[in-house]
Design a protein around this ligand. Structure first.
Ligand SMILES: [Zn+2]
Length: 205
């Protein structure tokens, strides 16, 4: 996108904003790793954040603290995390992975990116399934991880409202993975389950 395109786009945004002041329009330049969101009253930059890596990284090994106020900074972090996860082609991302040791994660649940603030798993099924998982913080590492098939989850949404959900299958797996991050647990800590001779015993899926 060159500067003439940008100016043209901004003119279009301005004229549309005059008609629909509540409408949010986005203009982005992926090469420069940021979004600019035009709204009726302000402009927000959305950054693609660096993802911390390494099984020994102290940030990834810390137990994250509860989120207090849901303020402007937190909302901005959520937007950055959403963009970071999309750019990395991930299905979940926890705040410690981008250097914030707080109990916040995002997860793609049934094709929707869901924001989980102070999430707690209140019930797990006894039945577990083993499946292979990767992690944006451990590039190139794949580990067979046993996870509960079904979970019951409570969390606050971005409006501070408590939500309760039942999740199964892949969504339940993603959320368990992300909540592990909030407790300083990484997939390599589950590595003992790979002891099964998977070449002769097919993995459950
Ligand atoms: Zn991960």
């Amino acid at each position: 996108m060159n500067s003439e395109d940008v100016q043209d786009y901004e003119r279009q945004c301005d004229s549309k904003l005059n008609q629909e002041s509540r409408t949010i329009m986005m203009m982005y330049e992926r090469e420069r790793n940021f979004f600019i969101i035009h709204t009726s009253s302000f402009i927000i930059l959305i950054m693609v954040l660096p993802i911390l890596t390494g099984a020994d990284n102290p940030m990834l090994r810390a137990k994250a603290k509860n989120v207090g106020d849901i303020n402007k900074e937190l909302k901005s972090l959520v937007k950055d995390m959403e963009e970071t996860m999309t750019k990395a082609d991930g299905v979940g991302l926890a705040a410690p992975q981008v250097g914030k040791s707080i109990r916040l994660c995002i997860a793609r649940i049934e094709d929707t990116v869901t924001i989980l603030i102070n999430p707690v798993i209140t019930k797990r099924s006894d039945k577990k399934v083993i499946d292979q998982e990767g992690c944006l913080s451990l590039p190139g590492v794949w580990v067979d991880v046993a996870r509960a098939c079904d979970i019951q989850l409570t969390y606050s949404d971005l409006k501070g409202k408590t939500q309760e959900r039942q999740l199964s299958g892949f969504s339940a797996r993603v959320v368990q993975h992300e909540i592990d991050h909030l407790n300083g647990i990484l997939i390599v800590d589950h590595a003992n389950v790979t002891m099964q001779p998977t070449t002769t015993q097919p993995t459950e899926s």
